[in-house]
Design a binder for this molecule. Structure first.
Ligand code: UGA
Length: 436
């Protein structure tokens, strides 16, 4: 099939590459000429394991091409995927300006029968309003249909999540649209991925409620960490015991510094704004609390850091391990770690940061911090070490070696991911939120 992808950010580039790899002819478009040039050179502008080889393979095969022209896009295919960003507006709601701009640029060129498929995360009701917008501008208005096919990919696992997702959600208005989407995804469907057909509004809601549920799970266990701290219990052992109940499970129940990134925080705030405008107070207050518990984790780590250096961070050397919003990514958007670094610096600490891949991105946002090429370099003379992003590399650190480098062997394992016994045996004072 001939497909187009509009917007080649994280979602769009991954989607374009994976669609081409499924055997489709794909034309991907972005208004940013630089992004098009970079992608055309087979370079991904972000760290995503496995994406670049697949990008190169599909460029070489000729199945994937890039353009900046909306006319080319309209002429090329009959299925157009909308993959532009929906950032957070000042009031927490979703800012739909890029979605509107993409639709307004495309619609006047839609002459033949075609399906516009939204993949971006949007407030419920957006799809139906977009269809009206498309039809008011398209020369063959009734020929254009719209579907919603939300994306559930995780950074760091984007290729795997795109090629073999847990489920495919098709929000449609017609059997024609459902059939077309089944053809697009024929391979994963044949491999057993469930394809769920529903109305537009439900499909839009699947995405926001999935992220809201995941965020709620994390905030729940972090709230339990607060209880554990108060009574001297251990949130890690608690989670282990809870997870044996299949109804609860183990995933997304890691307590610590809480969630960040370009999706969960902004999506729960946007959903909260939607719930408020719909008058659904229960969802609005639940998500407000989920957000507040999450921000509270960052403040708690600062409090623990202050206690660990005898009350004042001013002039203290603090080594920070990990600055990406999660391991396996170089993304620092709403990174809990980078937020903590900023608060440490504000309190007068001298912060030295290490991360296996995210330092160039972090340095763009916080050029005032020191960036070290290795863990020992970051920890040199430190009064305190903070473990803020749980890269596997950090679990492999030799605590005896690191004890020989720091000024004071004290570590806060804010992700509850290190072997505290091993570190204590090497002479370290170890603190972790929710752990004795
Ligand atoms: C999230 C969802 O997991 C994807 O399904 C969704 O498609 C994506 O948002 C999106 O909306 O585009 P992502 O932002 O890549 O994916 O990251 P996650 O793996 O969900 O992690 C989010 C944050 O939660 C990270 O900061 C992570 O450290 C934190 N987290 C995760 C915890 O604090 N505890 C956990 O148990 C799990």
């Amino acid at each position: 099939m001939r497909l187009t992808v509009i917007g080649i950010g994280y979602l769009g580039l991954t989607h374009a590459v994976c669609m081409a790899d499924l055997g489709h002819e794909v034309l991907a478009m972005d208004v940013d000429q630089q992004k098009i040039v970079t992608a055309g050179r087979a370079e991904a502008p972000f760290f995503e394991p496995g994406l670049e080889p697949l990008l190169r393979k599909n460029l070489d095969s000729g199945r994937l091409r890039f353009t900046t022209s909306c006319t080319d896009v309209a002429e090329f295919g009959d299925v157009h995927f909308l993959c532009v960003g929906t950032p957070e507006a000042a009031d927490g709601a979703a800012d739909l300006r890029y979605v509107h701009a993409a639709v307004d640029a495309l619609a006047p060129h839609l002459r033949d029968r075609c399906l516009v498929v939204g993949k971006s995360t949007v407030p419920v009701g957006t799809a139906r309003r977009l269809l009206a917008r498309i039809r008011s501008a398209a020369p063959a208005a009734d020929a254009a249909d719209l579907a919603w096919n939300p994306e559930f990919l995780r950074e760091g696992l984007a290729v795997q999540d795109s090629v073999s997702p847990d489920r495919l959600v098709f929000g449609v208005r017609s059997e024609w649209a459902a059939t077309l989407l089944r053809q697009v995804y024929a391979r994963p469907l044949a491999a057993g991925v469930p394809g769920l057909v529903m109305d537009l509004e439900t499909a839009e809601l699947v995405k926001v409620s999935a992220n809201a549920f995941l965020a709620t799970k994390i905030s729940f266990i972090n709230a339990m960490a607060e209880v554990c701290e108060t009574v001297g219990a251990d949130v890690v052992r608690l989670t282990e015991a809870l997870s044996h109940d299949e109804r609860i499970g183990r995933r997304f129940l890691s307590a610590g510094l809480g969630f960040g990134g370009g999706c969960l925080p902004k999506d729960i705030r946007a959903f909260r704004a939607t719930a408020m405008s719909l008058g659904v107070k229960s969802v609005a207050s639940l998500l407000g609390e989920v957000d507040a518990i999450n921000s509270g984790r960052r403040a708690r780590v600062i409090e623990m850091a202050r206690e660990a250096v005898d009350g004042s961070l001013a002039g203290r050397r603090v080594a920070v391990l990990g600055v990406a919003f999660k391991p396996g990514s170089d993304d620092v958007r709403d990174s809990p770690s980078l937020d903590v670094c900023g608060r440490l610096a504000q309190n007068g600490a001298i912060v030295s940061v290490h991360d296996p891949v995210a330092m160039p991105n972090a340095a763009k946002v916080r050029p005032d911090l020191r960036y070290a090429r290795s863990v020992p370099e970051a920890a040199e003379g430190a009064h305190l070490v903070l473990h803020l992003t749980e890269w596997a590399d950090y679990r492999a650190i030799d605590p005896v070696m690191l004890a020989g480098v720091v000024a004071r062997p004290t570590i806060i394992d804010a992700r509850c991911a290190l072997d505290a016994g091993l570190w204590r045996a090497a002479g370290w004072t170890v603190r972790a939120p929710g752990r004795p």
